[in-house]
Design a protein around this ligand. Structure first.
Ligand SMILES: [Mg+2]
Length: 381
């Protein structure tokens, strides 16, 4: 069996899918994307396809080596995400070829269901309360929220108090038996993060995410030492080598993205590395159905898994949502805040190819906003 054809599809709301077809007619799907840079990743997939077409799709480990290292220059979001999507598609093909779900090929399931969380937004505590109530009524046992919007270089007393008030409002609705995770999105500097973390501690967040920007990861040891709140990071890290220092720094939760960090192959290795530090895996996934399916396959087979992000109803999903491109919604039917293990081969989903081809004709040009302070200077989104 040989890889015969590789296509990409730019589909709303902000995703890129790839379709790998073999000369035997087996089709695998992947989601190689960097949010806001989808077209660039599409070009990278096209370049990597020059190597893959004509190869045996079952030799994933070898292809991963060549795709990641064979071009001399390596790493970074674009190349690692292109490899990630192709890797997902190859695992899908291997699973379909052997009639086995990917989690069976990764050593078999270690759990029957996977805890997932829902995103909640809302700038005002009242809006937030309403949204969390909806998610609790839908059965979710955990939610994640952004801590704040644009924030002063040193967060003011009012900005800090607003973060605490919003998380307190969340805790009020959730009670002590459900969880809230808080995403700092790298919007605070380390000094402000340290102050906010201390004030959030009594509200017992499950974890705080990206307390500092990835390029300031060298500051994490100090933050870990100062923070009673478990710290998480990893959506903007792309390999084991990049996770090693943050694990060494003492993060509690590693958040590689199946569509950024080298796919199923590399994320399972990152999970194993995290296990040696007693750190837990919570894959980042504000993306589409293929990335989520890949994430769930890893979650079913990973002992040190904590919780899975998913994008259903997320604020980004404007013109399409998680279920827009799948034939059967069952793999993403969450009950009591859990996704349930199936035995469908490969990634375990059936992509609605007609819907994908039709959406690609529209495409998208999603970009994240660029935020500025009142004085006109740039600030982190
Ligand atoms: Mg995040």
């Amino acid at each position: 069996m040989k890889i015969a054809r590789i296509e990409t599809f730019l589909v709303p709301p902000r995703w890129l899918f790839c379709r790998v077809e073999t000369d035997d007619g087996v089709v695998g799907w992947g989601e190689p994307v960097v949010e806001g840079r989808a077209e660039v990743v599409s070009s990278a997939v096209e370049v990597l396809s020059e190597y893959l077409v004509g190869q045996d799709p079952l030799r994933i480990q070898d292809h991963w080596q060549v795709l990641t290292k064979g071009g001399f220059y390596r790493g970074g979001p674009v190349l690692s995400s292109a490899v990630a999507g192709l890797d997902q598609a190859l695992w899908d093909i291997v699973g379909k070829t052997y009639g086995a779900p990917v989690h069976a090929l990764l050593g078999g399931p270690v759990r029957d269901s996977v805890r997932v969380y829902a995103w909640v937004g809302g700038d005002e505590p009242a809006q937030l309360t309403e949204q969390i109530t909806e998610q609790v009524e839908a059965g979710f046992t955990a939610v994640k929220m952004n801590a704040a919007g644009p924030t002063s270089p040193v967060a003011t007393a009012a900005e800090t108090a607003a973060v605490v008030a919003r998380v307190a409002a969340a805790r009020d609705v959730l009670g002590p038996d459900r969880d809230v995770a808080v995403d700092f999105h790298g919007r605070f500097g380390a000094a402000s993060a340290r102050r906010v973390l201390a004030e959030l501690a009594p509200l017992h967040p499950m974890f705080v995410e990206e307390p500092v920007l990835p390029e300031q990861s060298h500051l994490l040891p100090g933050l870990v030492a100062a923070s009673p709140v478990p710290l998480a990071t990893g959506e903007r890290l792309f390999s084991r080598a990049e996770f090693l220092p943050v694990l060494n720094a003492g993060i509690a939760v590693a958040q590689p993205d199946l569509s950024h960090a080298g796919g199923i192959s590399e994320v399972t290795r990152i999970a194993s590395l995290a296990e040696t530090y007693g750190a837990l895996l919570a894959p980042h996934c504000p993306l589409g159905p293929i990335a989520l399916a890949a994430s769930l396959q890893v979650a079913f087979a990973t002992p040190n898994f904590l919780i899975q992000e998913q994008s259903r109803g997320i604020h980004y999903n404007k013109d399409a949502d998680l279920l827009s491109y799948v034939v059967d919604p069952e793999p993403f039917r969450f009950t009591a805040g859990q996704a349930h293990r199936g035995d469908a081969p490969g990634l375990g989903i059936t992509v609605d190819e007609n819907a994908v081809r039709a959406a690609d004709r529209t495409g998208h040009a999603w970009r994240n906003p660029v935020w500025r302070h009142a004085d006109g200077s740039f600030t982190e989104w």
